[in-house]
Design a protein around this ligand. Structure first.
Ligand SMILES: [Zn+2]
Length: 322
């Protein structure tokens, strides 16, 4: 053992000569160092190399992280701008909604909806929510938090849902108004001339004053008698005084009566459309000549049909001109 230690010490004390021989006239350089010093220099060099390698790899990680962070920032910016576009679209939809409601004179309902969703844009929680994104976009990107994006996204979704509900309501309103328009008596039930008005008149049968519950339109026998609004035939048959009578129930409280027909072309419970030929003119029942006796009723009250015969329907205007 002692022998080995002695041998090692001896080896470390050995000298090494390093010669630098230049390919020119420069003098040769001779360096004489001990083996132990040479080993010391060698380990120093290896240690330095390791340290440099570690530093380089550390740096690569840093740049990698930095690059993915930059990508993340771009993604956040992209989503934020997309969200901003969605918000702008929803705002446009709300304006369209308000215009539609104005056209349909749905002001009261709008007030209800506005109260329900606070969507007037003039204040309230939504205005606060909307400012979140604007605030965020003004900030440095790295300051925009997920919760801000989430809040804005929720606000846009809430607004879209509210508009959807509103459009459903508008759609229902349009359907109702369309139905009401189609069902309200409008125009003349037949071409011809007005021979007797609504109200008090001298009876053509007994010469005494009586209340005429409709208007009389005279024309040739067989002249088409038309439904003045959409509805369902609630009566089609003989009725004392009226002769061959048709009654149409239009809904919304309206009914119309068409008397003295020569022929009935529809059946009870049949659905009819405005302008549909339902009968032909005649002189059945208590009548002195071919004419159509036309009545308009609303909620059990007998109305003056004349007020419903001046409608804007081109079809009936043509009939008036005949
Ligand atoms: Zn009459």
């Amino acid at each position: 053992m002692k022998n080995i230690a002695h041998k090692l010490t001896k080896s470390f004390k050995q000298k090494l000569t390093l010669m630098v021989v230049p390919h020119s006239t420069l003098p040769q350089v001779r360096l004489q160092i001990s083996l132990s010093f040479f080993l010391f220099l060698g380990s120093l060099w290896i240690g330095f190399t390791f340290w440099a390698a570690l530093a380089v790899f550390g740096n690569i990680d840093y740049w990698k992280t930095k690059a993915s962070y930059e990508i993340l920032k771009l993604k956040v910016q992209f989503f934020a701008s997309e969200l901003k576009k969605s918000r702008e679209l929803v705002d446009q939809v709300r304006e369209a909604d308000a215009q539609l409601r104005q056209l349909l004179k749905m002001g009261n309902r709008q007030a209800i909806i506005e109260e329900r969703s606070s969507s007037s844009g003039k204040g309230g929680p939504e205005a606060f929510e909307r400012s979140i994104l604007l605030k965020s976009l003004k900030k440095h990107l790295w300051e925009i938090s997920e919760s801000e994006i989430y809040q804005e996204s929720s606000a846009v979704q809430k607004e879209a849902k509210s508009r959807l509900e509103s459009f459903k309501e508008i759609s229902e309103q349009i359907a109702y108004e369309r139905g009401f328009f189609r069902a309200t008596p409008r125009g003349w039930p037949a071409a011809g001339r007005l021979t007797s008005k609504f109200g008090e008149r001298v009876s053509p049968f007994h010469g005494q004053m009586q209340f005429h519950t409709g208007v009389d339109i005279a024309n040739d026998k067989g002249t088409p008698v038309l439904a003045t609004g959409d509805g369902i035939v609630s009566y089609a048959g003989w009725e004392s005084g009226y002769g061959q009578l048709i009654v149409i129930d239009h809904g919304f409280g309206y009914t119309t009566h068409y008397g003295h027909n020569s022929k009935i072309l529809v059946r009870e419970k049949e659905r009819v459309k405005r302008g549909q030929n339902i009968a032909t003119m005649g002189s059945s029942g208590s009548s002195t000549g071919n004419h159509s006796h036309y009545e308009v009723w609303h909620n059990g009250e007998c109305l003056n049909p004349w007020n419903y015969m001046m409608g804007k329907s081109q079809k009936f205007r043509r009939i008036v001109r005949k």
